[in-house]
Design a binder for this molecule. Structure first.
Ligand SMILES: *Cc1c(COP(=O)(O)O)cnc(C)c1O
Length: 421
């Protein structure tokens, strides 16, 4: 459920008409609903009720500091994957003790920054990384709390580009090798083993892959404890999918996911961490765009928008679908017509949908892409020298620009021309 509904004939973000935001900030733009973000966060809180737990929002899905502040005020931690994210989380007021650091390519500089600023744990993904972290921490006279990310060789049954839990993926260490690597970790200076980490992919629409992975983690917990390791924390990753279209089969509910966690690892007495991104942010955002032209092609009509693949790359990158709806509510019973919905970028890949049936719209109308909160703004670029689009946060009847649109001059002024030219 989200808080983007038609009211008085206009799509609203909570109590704010989307058209009013468009008039204030221009198009295209992203708009997020605080109530939806908090609702989704609350669903996980509820799902894990009774277990000692921390919900670390995967901020790579949506990293604006206003969003981080909103969630952190409710007690969220953050899952970061780069120094930039770490610093952004800190700048938003998230304490280091609530930040976990994931990613296969952490540099020594990134490790140092996190150790200096405070960190809940590093989720270590390889032996070379483990040794580097030991060196960095020892040299600082610090101790790095770690989990090791294990790759359970489970098929997440999701898009190949966002599956991470098969042995052919670059993530984690093979679970069969885990005992050996934990033994090495325990012997290294500057390292303190606190638990196990697993994350098998994103946009999972079934619970079975989680179940298979978490059972393996439970077995490993017992094996490692019998080897003498004090395994007290399990980071179970993120990845729960969301419905991208109304006609979709409904993905599993957080409550059922929570029950699965309790069933598979609840008996171990560990503190549980999860790292949801998309389920918190995905349906909490829209991208709003304006129709520039309607072009009649052969056997098809193109809706040419002012938003493009550089603003929302998921369709081009993952063949992802977003429902696209008019901002002015269509009259009931109006006949839907097929459009190929495209942006102005000079690539055929700049296609959001083909043959998408929607109520007739005309030049100048506003349309909204649903479920654009996750992996939308964060993956945007300035391709075709299109400035990054603004982000707006709504709460009840208020809205605020949380990242302004840069001017063309600001964008252009970032280049520097060498003096020899
Ligand atoms: C991307 C990622 C997540 C979040 O995935 P979602 O599908 O957005 O929930 C969590 N943990 C790690 C390590 C990730 O790389």
């Amino acid at each position: 459920m989200d808080h983007f509904l038609y009211r008085d004939g206009v799509l609203h973000a909570e109590d704010v008409p989307v058209a009013e935001i468009a008039a204030a900030v221009g198009t295209p733009f992203y708009v997020y609903s605080s109530a939806t973000l908090l609702r989704h966060f609350g669903l996980f809180e509820e799902a894990l009720d009774g277990l000692e737990h921390t919900i670390c929002f995967a901020m790579k899905s949506l990293s604006n500091q206003a969003i981080l502040r909103l969630l952190a005020q409710r007690g969220a931690g953050m899952d970061v994957v780069s120094e930039g994210e770490y610093r952004r989380a800190k700048a938003a007021g998230v304490p280091g003790e609530r930040i976990v650091f994931s990613g296969v390519g952490k540099t020594r500089a990134e490790m140092r920054t996190a150790l200096e600023g405070g960190i809940r744990q590093f989720n270590v993904e390889s032996e070379p990384e483990l040794r580097a972290l030991s060196e960095v921490a020892s040299a600082m006279g610090a101790v790095a709390p770690i989990t090791i990310r294990v790759n359970p060789d489970v098929d997440a049954k999701t898009h190949a580009k966002i599956a991470t839990g098969k042995s052919e993926n670059k993530f984690g260490i093979p679970i069969a090798k885990a005992r050996e690597v934990y033994a090495e970790a325990a012997a290294l200076p500057g390292i303190e083993v606190v638990g196990i980490d697993v994350h098998i992919g994103s946009q999972l629409t079934q619970l079975e892959p989680f179940e298979a992975a978490y059972r393996k983690v439970a077995d490993l917990t017992e094996a490692l404890r019998s080897d003498g390791h004090d395994i007290r924390r399990l980071d179970l990753g993120g990845g729960l999918g969301i419905p991208y279209t109304r006609s979709n089969e409904a993905p599993p509910l957080p409550l059922d996911y929570g029950a699965l966690i309790k069933r598979t690892v609840g008996h171990l007495g560990c503190e549980v961490e999860i790292e949801p991104g998309r389920l918190i942010s995905g349906n909490a955002g829209l991208m709003v765009s304006r129709v520039i032209y309607i072009k009649e092609g052969e056997g098809r009509n193109f809706l040419i928008l002012d938003g493009a693949m550089n603003d929302l790359i998921r369709p081009a990158m993952y063949e992802a679908h977003h429902d696209i709806v008019p901002v002015i509510e269509p009259e009931t019973g109006v006949e839907q017509v097929p459009f190929d919905i495209v942006g102005p970028v000079c690539e055929t890949g700049d296609t959001f949908a083909k043959g998408w049936h929607m109520p007739p719209v005309k030049e100048g109308d506003l349309v909204a892409f649903r479920s654009a909160g996750a992996y939308g703004a964060v993956m945007a670029s300035e391709y075709n020298s299109r400035p990054l689009i603004p982000e707006v946060l709504v709460q009840d009847d208020q809205f605020a620009v949380i990242r302004p649109r840069p001017t063309f001059d600001e964008m252009i002024a970032r280049d520097t021309i060498p003096e020899w030219l």
